[in-house]
Design a protein around this ligand. Structure first.
Ligand SMILES: *[C@@H]1O[C@H](CO)[C@@H](O)[C@H](O)[C@H]1NC(C)=O
Length: 623
């Protein structure tokens, strides 16, 4: 009795330990409407500083020249936020609903020449600060020239740099303008920040009414300390035109939906062209093939086109290194399901920008959950290839791809650590990821593999011969490099505009929200990849090359090479990164993303081709 109880308690404890990272990973910051009464205090949180010109963010309080409370309070962050480098902490700005402040002193402090130099470096690299009020990032406001419509860019610059005189000026005064609606009660609908650099060595408030005030330089050549005074004004303004539920629109309106439509039309066009070509080829070839059964004379003439049927004894022969391909296929299925889940949730509006870090958090959880399917499909393919060690296969499926990723990531993390960037993973997050992976994902993979290995083997319509058939010399267009180029270029033609938008939103810190477009383009992409792979494999079989398992996988994933090259091109033409570590971060992240793409589409193409071949060989069984 006692032992049973003891065991139950242990199990329960174990479950809690496992569940904690999952809960934290999934943690949703409160995103519902928060009513604010007049006179109520509204907290302002500081987060991080980021730049378009480097992928390394810093926590705001890691800057040595800003005002810092004695004991800043931390806000609980989800996994996605931690990975993004968010560090949300309390500040001493006093915001009271409805009470304008002309000028308040936040703090006065002296800054040593090293600290001033740090400030100058960050200002030179266009770093922008992100603050948060009521879950909205503080924004720089832009107005359209023609309509006067407002649009927001999150964050505001730390200062500005005059490259002719080599002097940096720091923004030591901010005007915080909070917009609210009053339809029922007050709801905050906007948070605008207008920074100002104003020379101030008095310690109090500067004269803000000057039209052309002198600026506050920082980090000049002399090694003396600088006295800095940070001040702020607060303006509360009723905004009649914005409702709470569409308060994010101004952040998102910077997108170019017309260009997006152009990209969709481009994708559809490429796809239709390709489908047309493929349909014509397939119809002609299959038609001829089928009529040959009825016509003995034709059978003599066109022996070369029925090449694929000669392969019935080899086409389903297990591949070399099947023990490696099966885990890769499982991982691909898993990643694909994660991508579909996240995209569909985002397109439905569940993963709105107000759920900060939501994409990565939900993605991580989906990855754990989809392990079952990864294990299942890996085991089923493994069984077809006469594999016997299903547990080994399952463990490889669960550990190989994530293990490589985590190793690469950890190595990169050492570099990021050395830069003190907030995107370096804290130790606790490492532990959480390890628990999610080893404690949840791997067991689920094995469970899925168990189910898969119990399932009846996938049946083939033709029997495999004892002796493999000789493969004749192949035409030039079926040689691996050429074929991989062809199968990679077509899908890339479908998506490159979308890839551009994604790169822009990821690296230049804009919000990506066109998930409806992404679903459309993704569907077109999958169709294209399947079509082009099946056609190439079909031609290959016609020229009597029966080694298609690995090739279908490579063909399907090959556009990943193009995507990686395109990212590198983007890096050199659009981003202005000159240092080694930021460049390395970009390259490693692009490489990982391209690999994930490769795994997904390799698996898609593989299973589609497998299905196709089982169908067409089932049709020739009359032989
Ligand atoms: C605060 O300032 C804004 C803009 O100048 C003004 O519209 C608003 O009425 C002021 N609020 C109060 C309470 O004075």
């Amino acid at each position: 009795m006692f032992f049973t109880l003891n065991r139950a308690v242990t199990a329960l404890l174990g479950l809690t330990v496992l569940a904690t990272p999952a809960i934290q990973a999934f943690y949703v910051p409160s995103v519902g409407p928060q009513y604010v009464e007049p006179g109520q205090k509204v907290p302002l949180f500081v987060n991080k500083v980021t730049s378009d010109r480097t992928p390394l963010p810093y926590a705001y309080y890691d800057l040595d020249f800003v005002c810092k409370p004695a004991t800043p309070e931390h806000v609980w962050l989800n996994l996605g936020e931690v990975l993004r480098g968010d560090r949300i902490m309390s500040s001493e700005y006093q915001l009271t609903m409805g009470q304008n402040q002309t000028c308040q002193v936040l703090c006065s402090r002296t800054v040593t020449s090293e600290q001033a130099e740090q400030a100058k470096q960050l200002i030179q690299k266009d770093y922008r600060a992100e603050w948060i009020v009521d879950n909205l990032p503080g924004a720089t406001t832009f107005r359209a020239v023609d309509t006067g419509a407002k649009s927001y860019e999150p964050g505001f610059p730390l200062g500005f740099y005059n490259k002719f005189t080599d002097v940096a000026y720091i923004h030591n005064h901010v005007t915080i303008q909070v917009l609210y609606e009053t339809v029922q009660r007050r709801l905050i609908v906007g948070f605008e920040v207008y920074p100002l650099s104003i020379y101030n060595n008095q310690g109090g408030c500067p004269d803000l009414s000057q039209t052309n005030p002198s600026r506050q330089p920082i980090g000049s050549a002399d090694n003396s300390d600088t006295k800095l005074t940070y001040t702020y004004s607060v303006v509360w303004k009723e905004e009649p035109t914005v409702r709470w539920r569409n308060r994010w629109d101004r952040y998102l309106s910077a997108g170019h939906s017309s260009v997006h439509w152009y990209s969709i039309i481009n994708s559809v066009f490429v796809n239709i062209l390709l489908s047309g070509i493929i349909a014509i080829i397939m119809l002609r070839v299959l038609n001829r093939d089928l009529s040959m059964y009825n016509d003995e004379d034709l059978r003599e003439d066109q022996l070369e086109t029925i090449g694929w049927k000669l392969l019935h004894g080899d086409v389903f022969r297990p591949p070399k290194f099947g023990g490696l391909l099966a885990p890769l296929l499982g991982s691909g299925v898993q990643l694909l399901l994660v991508a579909v889940t996240v995209t569909v949730l985002a397109a439905m509006g569940v993963l709105s920008p107000s759920y900060r870090g939501g994409m990565v958090s939900v993605g991580a959880l989906a990855y754990v959950a989809m392990s079952v399917f990864g294990g299942y499909w890996s085991a089923r393919v493994y069984k077809v290839w006469r594999g016997t060690a299903w547990v080994k296969n399952a463990l490889m499926t669960g550990m190989m791809v994530p293990g490589l990723c985590i190793t690469l990531f950890s190595g990169l993390n050492l570099f990021i650590w050395a830069y003190h960037s907030s995107s370096a993973l804290p130790f606790g997050t490492f532990v959480a990821i390890a628990v999610l992976w080893i404690g949840l994902s791997v067991p689920l993979t094995v469970a899925g593999a168990f189910l898969g290995s119990r399932k009846a083997e996938i049946q083939h319509p033709v029997r495999t011969n004892q002796i493999p058939r000789q493969i004749p010399p192949q035409p030039w267009y079926l040689k691996s490099p050429v074929a991989i180029f062809i199968t990679g270029a077509c899908p890339f033609g479908v998506i490159f505009v979308e890839v551009y938008f994604m790169l822009k939103s990821i690296w230049q810190d804009k919000y990506y929200y066109m998930f409806g477009f992404m679903v459309l383009v993704g569907a077109i992409l999958i169709i294209t990849v399947i079509e082009i792979t099946i056609v190439m494999i079909y031609f290959q079989l016609c020229s009597e090359n029966h080694r298609w398992w690995w090739r279908s996988y490579l063909f399907g994933g090959s556009s990943a090479f193009f995507i990686f090259l395109y990212s590198v091109h983007y890096f050199f033409t659009r981003l202005n990164v000159s240092q080694f570590v930021p460049g390395l971060v970009f390259m490693v992240d692009s490489l990982l993303a391209s690999c994930a793409y490769f795994l997904c589409f390799g698996s898609v193409a593989f299973f589609a081709t497998y299905y196709f071949l089982r169908k067409i060989f089932a049709a020739v069984k009359l032989d």
